[in-house]
Write a new protein. Structure first.
Length: 94
């Protein structure tokens, strides 16, 4: 909810700067939508389609999206798995 409020505040701030509404042809002139009609560009809706990396950086501010790995890819998990496999192998010997 806080994320959406922040995005809406960004949209409001950018709208106050511009008095005339942007159109699709102004924003993305080569798009198919711009060829069909010159619709008003809905910036709030476009911001809702933000890439996941932006959201990820927002949640984990100190990490870049590419630097953080999945939990199962962490070094600690490799060590635990190796220990588990070694323990199971040793327990079969006794």
């Amino acid at each position: 909810a806080l994320y959406l409020r922040e995005r809406q505040a960004q949209v409001q701030a950018t709208r106050w700067v511009r008095l005339s509404p942007r159109t699709v042809r102004d924003s993305i002139p080569e798009s198919r939508l711009a060829l069909y009609a010159n619709f008003e560009y809905d910036e709030a809706r476009e911001l809702s389609y933000a890439p996941a990396t932006v959201r990820f950086q927002r949640l984990y501010g100190s990490f870049a999206g590419e630097a953080v790995k999945e939990p199962w890819m962490l070094r600690e998990i490799d060590d635990l798995l190796l220990g588990f496999l070694t323990y199971r192998r040793c327990s079969f010997l006794y």
